[in-house]
Design a protein around this ligand. Structure first.
Ligand code: DON
Length: 312
């Protein structure tokens, strides 16, 4: 697909420029994630935002071409890749209800017999990656190939420093994986699963890359090359789970403020989908206490307010 950047098709550029200008004057940007030490040094005032139109036109403001750590945003793509392969059987191993708990919480897993509430909390994402690993033999490699193809950026790669940093501080994810393995809800050896998961989360990509890669969710399941990844119904399902679970225990507030399916990551990125219209990605590393980018949520809130676009 040709990525066009002609002025006439940059429909939302004035809106993005206005948002960037407003945020310049907004104090309080939260704090970069420090439980993964390699992410702690990021500047909370960095900001970028991109829009990708359905035809692959992409444009943005601020640091929209600057790679950052995709982290939990990747959970959307592994979910789609696994759902495309195994269909509804996945939902026997992971639920699709909001958890109302932090993304790395263990507390519900014991009551609920090792079945995580949804595919976006860490426990659920580990199950999805485990199942994709079983089906492909290289879940993280499959994900990287998909992101390269959809973004048109062959330079996308894992960030080995971030993956190593998370591996060295990964006790909580290791606990989640072992606990679910005790219920028979993990197929692969836990160290293999964790290696795949930490590499998945470490992928460095820009707002432009991730807005483009999310395009299949705005095109009702159709990839950048015109082939189909998901059925129309499955694309709706992924968007619905993003809306209800994509920002964890802030999903209600995100739906209230933004009104779009969205998925955050502790690298400070958030992707959002306007089905049938466009996709967005915003990045600013300062997080709130629930792990969502402060300026990112504010920017998406302003975008839907100024354009009147939302799923409602
Ligand atoms: O597993 C973790 O804790 C990180 N690799 C990803 C967490 C994350 O991005 C949560 N999102 N806001």
């Amino acid at each position: 697909m040709v990525i066009m950047t002609t002025t006439s098709s940059r429909t939302f550029l004035p809106v993005l420029e206005r948002i960037a200008e407003e945020l310049e004057h907004t104090p309080g940007r939260g704090r970069a994630a420090d439980y993964i030490p390699a992410l702690a040094a990021r500047d909370p005032r960095s900001f970028g935002m991109a829009v990708a139109e359905l035809d692959g036109t992409v444009y943005g403001v601020g640091e929209w071409r600057q790679p950052f750590s995709a982290q939990s945003i990747t959970k959307v793509f592994t979910l789609a890749l696994d759902l495309a392969r195994e269909g509804d059987e996945l939902w026997e191993h992971v639920g699709r209800e909001p958890s109302g708990n932090p993304f790395n919480s263990l507390v519900q897993l014991e009551y609920e017999n090792g079945i995580p509430r949804n595919p976006f909390i860490n426990a659920g994402a580990l199950v999805v990656t485990d199942r994709l690993q079983t089906r492909t033999g290289d879940a993280a490699g499959e994900l990287l190939a998909f992101l390269r193809a959809e973004s048109g950026n062959p330079g996308l790669d894992f960030d080995r420093e971030v993956a190593a940093s998370e591996t060295a501080h990964g006790d909580r994810n290791a606990a989640l994986a072992h606990f679910m393995a005790s219920y028979g809800n993990v197929d692969n050896e836990v160290p293999v699963l964790l290696d795949q998961y930490f590499r998945q989360c470490s992928i460095a990509a820009s707002c432009a890359d991730l807005a483009l890669a999310t395009g299949f969710l705005a095109r009702h399941g159709i990839r950048a090359d015109g082939s189909r990844l998901l059925t129309k119904s499955q694309a709706k399902q992924v968007n619905a789970v993003m809306l209800t679970c994509g920002t964890y225990d802030a999903a209600g507030d995100f739906a209230y403020r933004v009104g779009l399916p969205g998925k955050s990551g502790v690298g400070g990125g958030i992707i959002a989908v306007v089905p049938g219209r466009c996709t967005l990605c915003v990045w600013s590393p300062g997080l709130d206490e629930r792990g969502n980018s402060v300026a990112g949520v504010a920017a998406l809130d302003r975008f839907t307010t100024l354009t009147g676009l939302s799923v409602f």
